[in-house]
Structure formats: C-alpha cells, structure tokens
Design a protein around this ligand. Structure first.
Ligand code: PLP
Length: 407
C-alpha cells in the first residue's frame, strides 16, 4: 500500500489561525448579541485602489479580444512588471538589482514556503523566535526539523534565535553554524525592525560562512523611520548571500488578488551553482506564472497615481497602529512595534499566558488578537494586534479595553 509523507504527520496541531477561528466561532455562537472586533489576522480591509481596479478592468477587456488575449504568462513574470519592480523598488533606492533577477509569483507565502526546496535536506535552518510560522512548518514538511520537544516548544534540528525585549527583537548571530537563515523585517509578529548596521552584520556573517539569508520584506512599505533598510540589498555584499521576498498584499491590498516576487541575484552561488538557475528551473517546472490581469494590476501599483493611492492606504493603517500603540501605552501596557509596521506587540498583563490573555480579551471585551506563543516559544507572554481594521473599530477596541478591561 502507498505510504504518505510522514514528515507531514509531524506538523504541530492545527494552524494558529484555525485555532483562533474555532474559539471565536464558539464564542460568537454562544453570544450572538455581542459585536466582536477582529484585530487578529493580518488581512487588509480597505478595497483595492481605483487605479488598480481600472487596470484590472482594462486587462479583463484585453482577455476578451482575439488580438489582445493572453495565454500562459512567462514563467518568471511579464517584463512590463519586472522592469517596474527593478526600477522602483531597487534602482531608485540605489540597489543593484536587475529585472531579470526578479521572479514574479502569486505571493510571498508560497515563495517563502517553497524556496527551501532548492537547498539540500542536510542543512541547518535558523529562524527568529517568534516569527511567521510558514518558515518552520515548511522545513518540517521537508524533513529538516528533527523531533518536536514539547517541553520547550521547539524542533530539535532547527536553530531558534530568540527575539526578546532585551535584544529589542533583533536576533543575535547563533553560536552554532547555520546554513539557511530566515529574517523578516519589519517583523511579523513583533512589528519591530532592524537597522542597516545590524543587517550588515548578518550579511557579513553569511558571506563569511557560506550561509544564505532569506529576507522577507513583506512589510517594507510600512517603514517610516530613516536608517531602516527597505531591502537587504542596501547592505554591501548582499548580492552574494541573500534572497529577498516581497508581497503586494500589505502595501497594495492584494491578499485576495495574489501577487508577489522573489529576488535572486545572479551573483549568488553555492556549491558552484547559481541559485538563480535553480529557482528558475523550479519555477519553470512547477509554476505557470501569475495571471496577466493580476500582473497588470501590479503594474498599476507603480504608476504615479497608484503610488499615491497605495501610500494613502498604508498611512490609514499606520494611523490605526499609532492610535493603538499610544493608547495602550497610556493604559500602562508594555508596547512594541507599531512604528514601522502594522503590528502592535504587547506584553500580556498580570503574567497571563498569551492564550489566557486571548480568552480574557475575547470574553471581557470581545476583541480578537493573536497569541504570541503561536509564533514561537519566545512569543509566550506577548500578544499581537493588527492595524488592518477600520479606524472606527480600532478606536472602539481601545475604548473597550480602557473602560471594561483595565478598570
Ligand atoms: N511574509 C510574511 C512575514 C507575512 O506575514 C505574510 C502574510 O501575512 C506573508 C509573507 C504572505 O504574503 P502573501 O499574501 O504575499 O502570500
């Protein structure tokens, strides 16, 4: 009889957000009269900007005419989009990245999950703790994680790099040698960032040891402060050690449309092989390209009007983040993130665990957030709130916490 891939069987329980959804469903079924405010899942709520909608309509019309109909998209993405990305996200920031080093995809989740395929099974993976769960889970699926130690909530073969209050949520270089390093800044879930000097230390380490950094820049457009790198390629030497992931989800609201890209510089070689060629081969074999109409929508993000419109959307969410951050601080919470990121990371009060605080916030004031421990053991004792709701709901949530939770 056929056998299943038993690495999948090692995966831990249900996915964090399914757990949250189940608890919220149970609560709302029992309390149908109560209005729940959801500040949990990192999904956007504003509709797509007008210039993006316009571009989608035009592209749909093109698909309906024989002369302009498009079939399979080029595996690596349409040139019109890749050149806009290279120009706006890299050249204009002084980063040396060319259009043919960009691979367009259906989003950063699939790329961040799939990229590990081009490396040997026999490598040591390092992740920030806490962090976006996809990096760990996909390495578990690939058989690289070893066994799970219940007592510490960690996989035996994965190196966890604690991101704590003490190190301002920026990991230190591990004592043990590591091969594949996942960094994500602005970070999900802590909302904290890394400075260019701190990132340079990682780039130097990777170049010295032959490691590769996967740099997830999904929240780059939320950076407001100076001296915070928008791309790892702002660091010297990153072309020979780093792969960068981007998403159109959080900057332009494409969570339902699906678009992202991955950058692999042609200078990045390991074992005498260009990683660019491996990923191109993988993309060509397993992926038939993001839809033409979605790539046209992506192109509109880089038009003058599109840039202004998406900037306003990011500013709207950042107003929520700042509102939450300042009000929670006034209420006496210990608050992090929220300055260069749509995520506010707060320490749970009175020594509650993350899940205890989740339940108490849901039961007392009907607010849904995300328990920090769901992002890794060092997330225990923390809680993530997102700024992706409406301003009105954000204000109401803070009032509820102030009047009915803290009193
Ligand atoms: N990377 C990080 C760090 C994220 O938090 C998310 C989504 O929440 C993604 C990637 C997924 O992005 P996409 O919607 O492009 O798949």
């Amino acid at each position: 009889m056929i056998k299943v891939n038993d690495d999948y069987l090692k995966l831990r329980g249900s996915y964090l957000f399914s757990d949250i959804a189940r608890r919220v469903k149970e609560y709302s079924e029992a309390n149908a009269d109560k209005k729940i405010i959801r500040l949990g899942i990192g999904d956007v709520t504003l509709p797509l900007a007008p210039s993006i909608i316009c571009s989608l309509h035009d592209a749909v019309d093109e698909m309906g005419k024989k002369e302009t109909f498009k079939g399979y998209a080029p595996d690596l993405g349409y040139e019109f989009l890749r050149s806009k990305i290279a120009e706006n996200d890299y050249m204009m920031r002084g980063c040396d990245i060319k259009a043919d080093e960009i691979f367009v995809s259906d989003g950063a989740k699939s790329d961040s999950g799939n990229i590990q395929e081009i490396f040997s099974k026999d490598i040591v993976v390092a992740v920030c703790d806490p962090v976006y769960p996809v990096y760990v889970d996909t390495n578990v699926m690939a058989g690289r994680a070893g066994s799970f130690d219940e007592s510490i909530g960690q996989w035996s073969d994965i190196v966890y790099m604690p991101c704590t209050k003490e190190n301002k949520f920026v990991p230190e270089i591990p004592e043990k040698d590591v091969d594949l390093i996942y960094l994500c800044f602005p970070n999900n879930p802590t909302g904290e960032v890394i400075t260019k000097d701190q990132l340079q230390v990682w780039v130097d380490y990777a170049n010295k040891t032959g490691a590769v950094i996967i740099y997830d820049a999904a929240y780059e457009s939320y950076i407001c402060e100076d001296n915070i790198p928008h791309s790892i390629y702002e660091c010297e030497g990153a072309r020979t050690c780093a792969i960068e992931l981007h998403s159109f989800s959080k900057n332009a609201g494409f969570t339902g449309l699906r678009l992202g890209y991955t950058v692999i510089p042609k200078d990045l070689e390991r074992d005498g092989v260009k990683l660019h060629s491996l990923w191109a081969r993988r993309h060509g074999t397993k992926y038939n390209g993001a839809p033409y109409i979605v790539q046209k929508a992506g192109e509109a993000v880089y038009s003058e009007l599109g840039k202004q419109e998406v900037k306003q959307q990011v500013a709207y969410y950042m107003k929520n983040a700042q509102y939450m951050s300042s009000h929670l601080k006034d209420m006496g919470f210990n608050v992090f993130g929220g300055v260069n990121s749509p995520y506010v990371w707060l320490e749970t009060p009175d020594g509650l665990t993350s899940w205890e605080f989740f339940d108490s916030l849901l039961n007392k004031v009907q607010i849904v957030g995300t328990p920090g421990v769901g992002f890794g053991p060092h997330g225990e004792g923390f809680f993530r709130l997102t700024a992706f709701g409406s301003f009105e709901n954000t204000v109401e949530a803070m009032e509820r916490i102030k009047n009915d939770y803290c009193k």
